[in-house]
Design a protein around this ligand. Structure first.
Ligand SMILES: C[S@@+](CC[C@H](N)C(=O)[O-])C[C@H]1O[C@@H](n2cnc3c(N)ncnc32)[C@H](O)[C@@H]1O
Length: 206
């Protein structure tokens, strides 16, 4: 499992290693000074300076969070095109964005199937710390979707339907509201998958 562009601290790489102790976890960061500082903070982690070219070619999961934020739509497409050779067949690249503290996030699930990279789903997650409304996700949509959140687009239609479901089911508790709204939405939309709701995830097969 590879955390690409871990940033100022390798805390997400450390969390990945703790969550999957039976897997090898590697953190990559193009800023060598950040790697040096993170290596002191987390001496037991495997951390390397550089980008995807330093990853093993058999990664099961590539996590790329908040790296595409500064890219253009074409830049994101280029980033997605680069990941294919680094994934094992069936492996996934999770490429997405979060708010500053990671309370709200969306990630593309890009799966390698043979020689192709399939855009399998968009996953929405929140821990409820910022309250809940479906439009909370608008600010953390992946870079290549953010400008699409306007009438007539699939993502706008999803968030609008989700808003309707939320208005009908909302309660004071943000996570209960998330769960109830997604469960209701999944009864009317076959592209919404509520199977991972107990972990706070809504999966949209777009
Ligand atoms: C905004 S920070 C995100 C950090 C962390 N992943 C997070 O979500 O909080 C983006 C980091 O990605 C690094 N970065 C950007 N492009 C990269 C690439 N192609 N390979 C490795 N690191 C990259 C930058 O140096 C920066 O530290």
């Amino acid at each position: 499992m590879v955390d690409v562009g871990f940033g100022v601290s390798a805390v997400t790489t450390a969390e990945l290693a703790a969550a999957f102790p039976s897997h090898e976890v590697l953190g990559l960061e193009q800023d060598a000074a950040r790697v040096a500082a993170a290596s002191l903070e987390f001496p037991s982690l495997a951390l390397l300076a550089g980008g995807l070219e330093r990853a093993p070619r058999q990664a099961l999961v590539l996590r790329i969070a908040n790296v595409g934020r500064g890219l253009s739509k074409d830049g994101v497409a280029e980033l997605h095109a680069q990941v294919l050779p680094w994934l094992v067949d069936g492996g996934v690249c999770l490429e997405g964005s979060t708010d500053l503290e990671g309370h709200v996030s969306t990630f593309w699930v890009l799966r390698r199937v043979g020689g192709s990279l399939l855009r399998e789903a968009l996953v929405f997650h929140t821990d409820g710390a910022r309250g809940f409304s479906p439009w909370l996700f608008r600010d953390v949509l992946p870079r290549d979707l953010r400008r699409d959140a306007r009438a007539g687009t699939p993502i706008f239609s999803l968030l609008t339907d989700w808003e309707t479901a939320w208005q009908a089911t909302r309660s004071a508790d943000p996570l209960d509201s998330l769960r109830a709204s997604v469960a209701a939405l999944a009864t009317t939309r076959a592209d919404v998958d509520a199977r991972f709701l107990e972990y706070g995830f809504c999966r949209w097969r777009c």
